[in-house]
Design a protein around this ligand. Sequence first.
Ligand code: FEO
Length: 171
Amino acid sequence: MLTKKVETALNKQVEMEGYASNYYLSAASWCDSKGLAGCAGFLYGHADEERMHMMKLFTYINDAGGHALAPNIKQPPLKFKNLKELFESVLEHELAVTKSINNLVDLCMGEKDHSSYNFLQWYVAEQHEEEKLFRTILDKINLLGPDDSRGLYWIDRELAGIQPESGSEPK
Ligand code: FEO
């Protein structure tokens, strides 16, 4: 059974993952509008992953005797200066998600909620992978030069080849 504090914090995380999904959707659409089809495909796929993160939490809350609340999601940024800024803002957002997950884990520990603590370990590992992925992408953008059109072409091709991780499937 969830304590009220844990239930509220898990519902806050549902909202954050829902916002992340829309953030990626917006970033994907911006790439689409700039002819970066590979980046767009990668980001649309990531929007789906984030929705899965949200639903996994949603299901858990109800399974654990709480009440999952459909989130009130604010609109994400719609435009980006360039691809580098887009991925910098994505990484920044992922760092905020990691912080939020870490705070949730601390809370569960304090509330002696071992079940939720155990459930959240999947998110701890997932955040590690996501941070690594977006740092790698930013390194490549910086290597190729963010304003060079040939660099953009290669980045777009590179991202078209990245598949969603198998570890991110719903469980
Ligand atoms: Fe589910 Fe990328 O945070």
